[in-house]
Design a binder for this molecule. Structure first.
Ligand code: ZN
Ligand code: MN
Length: 254
C-alpha cells in the first residue's frame, strides 16, 4: 500500500506520486474548540483527518496535514467563543489559508483536491477560499476541488440506529453522540466517558444576539446528550462515511 500522510513523504517521493498516479489529495479542516468535559479541543480536526485517512485508503489517495484552526464557534452549533481553549480565526484568515492551499496544490500538478470539513462554522469560508483560489489560477487550471461536511454522508438508516430516540440534528450534535462515538472508535484513549454530561438538548430561540449570551449555552458546552455513545456506533459510522465518500470522490472527478 502507498503511504497516505503527505507530510511523511519526501518532496521527491511526493512529486513522483503526483506525476505517476494523479492521486486525490484530501485536506482535512477542523477547529480548536471546546467539546465538553469528555472530548479534546481538537476533536473536529481529529475526526476529519481520520475520516479522510480511511477514505484515502480506499481510493489510493493522500492526506495533507489538517488545517486545525476554524472559524469562530457559534453558540447554536459549537457553544460559542466564551469557553477557555476555544481558539478561532477570523473569516479572512480561514479564507486566505484555503485560497493559498488551493493555489499551492495546483502548482504541484495536483488535479483532484477534497476539502473534508469537520467544523460546522467553517463551511462558507471554505467555499470562498476555493472560489478565490480557483479564480487566482485562471481558466487553464487543471485542479478540480470537491468540498464536503463528512456527517452528510451518514444515511437516514444509520442515523435511526444511532439515535433510537430521534436525531436532534447536526447543529446540536456538538460533542454529542456522533462525535463521541466516532472518537471512541478512532481515539478511545482521548475520551473521558466518566465525564459525559447528561443534560437535555439546548433550546435556542430562532434569532442570534451580539454580544452572544452565555446563558443560552449549557455550562458543559455540550448541546445535546452524549449518553448512548459507543465505539460500535462509531465504527459503523466510520465505515459508512469512508465507503460513501470514496464513491462520491469517484463520481465527482469524472
Ligand atoms: Zn465538533
Ligand atoms: Mn466544531
Amino acid at each position: 500500500m502507498n503511504p497516505i500522510w503527505m507530510n511523511q513523504l519526501s518532496w521527491i517521493d511526493y512529486e513522483a506520486r503526483i506525476q505517476r498516479d494523479h492521486p486525490t489529495v484530501f485536506l482535512p479542516i477542523g477547529a480548536l474548540e471546546q467539546h465538553g468535559p469528555h472530548l479534546p479541543l481538537g476533536t473536529d480536526g481529529l475526526l476529519s483527518a481520520a475520516v479522510a485517512f480511511d477514505t484515502a485508503r480506499l481510493v489510493d489517495g493522500l492526506v495533507a496535514p489538517t488545517l486545525s484552526y476554524g472559524y469562530k464557534s457559534q453558540p447554536k452549533c459549537g457553544g460559542g467563543q466564551h469557553f477557555c481553549g476555544t481558539t478561532s480565526v477570523d473569516a479572512a484568515t480561514l479564507i486566505g489559508s484555503v485560497r493559498d492551499a488551493v493555489r499551492e496544490f495546483a502548482r504541484h500538478g495536483l488535479t483532484q483536491l477534497v476539502l473534508v470539513n469537520g467544523h460546522y462554522e467553517n463551511q462558507w469560508f471554505l467555499i470562498e477560499g476555493i472560489d478565490l483560489g480557483l479564480r487566482d489560477l485562471g481558466a487553464d487550471c487543471k485542479l478540480k476541488v470537491m468540498r464536503l461536511e463528512y456527517w452528510d454522508f451518514l444515511t437516514e438508516a444509520t442515523l435511526a440506529d444511532v439515535f433510537p430516540n430521534g436525531f436532534p440534528g447536526f447543529a446540536l450534535e456538538h460533542a454529542a453522540v456522533i462525535e463521541t462515538s466516532m472518537m471512541l472508535h478512532y481515539h478511545p484513549n482521548l475520551v473521558r466517558t466518566d465525564l459525559i454530561p447528561d443534560e437535555p438538548p439546548a433550546d435556542f430561540p430562532p434569532y442570534d444576539v451580539y454580544p452572544t449570551k452565555k446563558n443560552w449555552v449549557p455550562l458543559s458546552g455540550v448541546l445535546s446528550s452524549a449518553k448512548g455513545s459507543t465505539a460500535e456506533k462509531g465504527a459503523v459510522m466510520a465505515k459508512e462515511l469512508a465507503t460513501r465518500m470514496a464513491a462520491a470522490v469517484a463520481d465527482a472527478f469524472i
